[in-house]
Write a protein that binds this ligand. Structure first.
Ligand code: PLP
Length: 408
């Protein structure tokens, strides 16, 4: 299948003109657009069904519950888990805070080590910094190498004090930051000392095949909106043999067998972790997103499509004096971040936006990473299946206009 010609027309957002041009959307690492199948599934749910799940015993409610649970199975096969290992959350951020509170708070003690990398998004940094402060535990950083823009993992950082490794699968600024084999080695070392492993899949899940069993991890998080699904929904994989060590994150409706004072008894499996009314429409919409992906996306072809678009951006940027392209030289890129010497990232992104080109600027919630790389802010272009070579031409044309305005 050739990307993106066969796909783009499935995404109604591209029917909209932006400054009389087609929308040139290069901010996919922030959020992705939704195909008709997703929009229709959400709309159909509200139009014809709209019932709470795991409660009502009338037909709409029972059918909503069946559809809702079917999505749990769809998601579990998508990432290679069992369906009772999938917990619905509001996003990757909530998934990580969930693990920090519901597992970390009860299992991390004074003097324990939590290993993270310097390339983490704040969502996978702040919960651990706060937990370490509360518990008097220590954060150990896997450093980023300024020359290669890759993580320098040294196996000696994993010791018998390591209780948790919580790292990014793919950086939201640099893309894949792991040297070949390092992530596997990290997992192996962590396993050997009995540490738990959390992988932040927010930036990887839409771009590569995930198999949590092969990755051999305990927790995996991602957000639906970064992979064609609705906002307000995320997923937390909790390996089944770890679930007994995880407390409910929130308590409330449905997650309890007995709520009588003195004899509280939580339900088991995912229901133990899902208190309150569920985001049913979002879940059903996400089921449609995964069905769409399973039908239309081949991850190998997607990766080579995205990589060729990124290479085109990089080769252009490298020809512009004063532009520093960040990121390792991987052949599976979907993100290009760069710093420009004479103009602030926000001013450049603002100008590109006026030309109809949507990119992100700033530290992208990865302030520590920018600090370590010695840059205050970057501009980030990120691509997905529906981007075309014309999008990149549009970016280059807009950038060339910026050169004359800003004297680049
Ligand atoms: N982790 C990474 C690497 C991200 O890029 C993001 C969002 O950009 C998150 C976590 C948090 O995702 P969300 O804001 O959808 O919860």
């Amino acid at each position: 299948m050739s990307f993106p010609k066969t796909l783009r027309s499935d995404f109604p957002i591209f029917e909209k003109k932006c400054w009389n041009n087609e929308l040139c959307y290069l901010d996919n690492a922030a959020t992705t657009h939704k195909p008709n199948a997703v929009i229709e599934a959400v709309s159909e749910f509200y139009r014809f069904q709209n019932a709470s799940v795991h409660r009502g015993i009338y037909s709409q409610a029972e059918s909503a519950t069946a559809q809702f649970e079917a999505v749990r199975t769809i998601v579990s096969s998508f990432i290679g888990s069992d369906s009772n290992e999938i917990v619905f959350t509001s996003g990757a951020t909530e998934g990580i805070n969930f693990v920090a509170d519901a597992w970390g708070f009860h299992n991390i003690k004074a003097g324990d080590h939590i290993v993270v990398s310097e390339a983490e998004h704040h969502a996978n940094l702040l919960p651990w910094l706060r937990l370490a402060e509360r518990k008097n535990a220590k954060i150990i950083f896997i450093p980023i190498n300024k020359d290669t823009d890759q993580l320098d993992f040294d196996e000696s950082i994993i010791t018998c004090r390591t209780k948790l490794v919580a790292v990014t699968h793919c950086s939201n600024v640099l893309g894949n930051v792991w040297k070949h084999g390092d992530l596997d080695l990290l997992v192996k070392k962590a396993r050997a000392v009995g540490a738990k492993i959390l992988l932040d899949g927010a930036q990887s899940v839409a771009h590569q095949k995930i198999d949590v069993k092969t990755l051999d991890i305990d927790f995996f998080v991602f957000s639906a909106h970064k992979i064609m699904g609705p906002t307000g929904l995320g997923f937390l994989f909790i390996k089944s043999n770890v679930q007994d060590d995880v407390q409910p994150y929130q308590v409330g409706g449905v997650m309890v067998h007995s709520a009588l004072p003195g004899s509280l008894k939580w339900r088991t499996g995912p229901q133990k972790f899902e208190a309150g009314t569920q985001p049913v429409a979002q879940v059903i919409g996400f089921g449609a997103a995964i069905n769409y992906i399973n039908e239309k996306i081949n991850f190998c072809k997607l990766s080579s499509h995205e990589n060729s678009l990124c290479e085109k951006i990089i080769s252009f940027l490298k020809s512009v004096p004063g532009v520093k392209v960040l990121g390792p030289k991987s052949d599976s890129k979907h993100i290009v971040s760069f710093a420009v010497a004479v103009v602030h990232a926000h001013d450049l992104a603002d100008f590109l936006g006026e030309c109809g080109v949507a990119v992100r600027a700033g530290h992208h919630c990865a302030q520590l990473l920018h600090n370590c790389l010695g840059v205050e802010a970057t501009v980030r272009a990120s691509v997905f299946c529906y981007n075309t070579a014309q999008d990149i031409d549009c970016f280059i044309n807009a950038f060339n206009k910026a050169r004359s305005i800003f004297g680049l």
